[in-house]
Design a protein. Structure first.
Length: 348
């Protein structure tokens, strides 16, 4: 019996020691990771802000659904924090310029315009913006056109041919499958259910889409023409007739500034900040820079405040996680209503 109890005790002791060792190992890894993370967020002199537009761009930072078994704790920067970081960099003496990267954006033009306006403010402060394009479509070029220097790879794919919209229709398919829908709508300009009612686009939907696209396209052309100092009508002609489908044609029509490799872009940025070829450039990501600069220009001393509520994501009856609109918003609105310092609230 004593042997049995002794073996159980030794097993428990061994398990306990193993758990303690594991805890110490993970604590060491965690502290090392935190130290490395903090070190990487220091803004050095003559730094260049590396701006890569993320695939996910919520209105509010980290407002995305949690992923199971995802150990990635990096920040998912939001639209307003991204633009705030760019504006902080405008007056930061350690930030000399922006290296704009990324293409194939799926974000709406309204979001891209907010970023573009912040980039214009940065450029107008006298600092440089350089971009290297390996793919150019209209949304990518909307941001790229802000840069003083647009570089393109010799084999960059260019897809600039005006705005368009296509709407798939399913009525004939579902008729053959024997599937019927109970559709309710009022008026002639209700296009949401048209794919299930018609086999082609209605005249009313075609009219409203054309009006919307024309308005957006003309504003787009005006902003691009101003940035690239090209006549607006000439620019529209280049796009509508698809005259700039290759880097050489884009260069000859002043849509880009140079055909080069990324090493040439790095050499150009080195010269802009006065570095030699062997000198290392200091880059800082927009996410890390936001972490270091988010406390700048924030003053909460006023007794009169405006609450901004971000309601973004799927609507659910439950409390709701990040990236969802749930019952937790009831408490948020109740707190706003009962907080006397808040004079106005704005839901976005």
């Amino acid at each position: 019996m004593k042997k049995f109890l002794g073996s159980i005790l030794s097993s428990c002791l061994g398990t306990l020691l193993a758990l303690i060792v594991l805890i110490l190992v993970f604590a060491g890894i965690g502290s090392t990771f935190m130290a490395t993370s903090k070190a990487s967020k220091h803004v050095q002199a003559n730094s260049i802000l590396r701006l890569v537009i993320p695939d996910e761009l919520p209105e509010q930072s980290n407002n995305r659904p949690l992923q199971n078994f995802n150990l990635d704790n990096s920040i998912s920067i939001g639209l307003h924090d991204l633009t705030r970081a760019i504006k902080n960099a405008t007056t930061d003496g350690n930030i000399k310029g922006i290296y704009l990267q990324g293409s194939g954006f799926n974000h709406p033009y309204a979001s891209l315009k907010v970023i573009r306006d912040a980039l214009l403010e940065f450029k107008n402060s006298g600092k440089f913006i350089v971009t290297y394009a390996q793919f150019i479509d209209h949304k990518s070029y909307y941001l790229q056109s802000v840069a003083q220097s647009i570089y393109a790879h010799p084999y960059t794919f260019i897809d600039l041919k005006g705005f368009q919209a296509s709407v798939p229709h399913f009525k004939e398919l579902f008729d053959k499958l024997g599937i019927d829908f109970n559709i309710y709508y009022a008026g002639e300009f209700k296009s949401a259910t048209e794919p299930f009612r018609f086999n082609k686009m209605s005249a009313q939907n075609r009219l409203q889409l054309r009006e919307f696209l024309q308005s957006e396209y003309q504003e787009y052309l005006k902003e691009i023409a101003n940035s690239r100092t090209i006549d607006k009508n000439e620019l529209q002609n280049l796009f509508d007739l698809y005259k700039c489908y290759s880097p050489k044609l884009a260069l000859s029509n002043k849509l880009i500034d140079s055909i080069a490799y990324e090493s040439d872009v790095y050499a150009n940025m080195r010269s802009k900040i006065g570095l030699q070829e062997s000198d290392k450039m200091n880059f800082i990501s927009i996410e890390d820079y936001f972490e270091t600069s988010k406390s700048k220009n924030e003053d909460y001393s006023s007794s009169n405040r405006i609450a901004v509520v971000y309601a973004e994501g799927d609507i659910t009856d439950a409390s709701g996680e990040e990236g969802q609109i749930g019952r937790k918003y009831i408490k948020i609105f109740r707190d706003i209503r009962t907080t006397k310092a808040l004079k106005l609230w704005y839901c976005e």
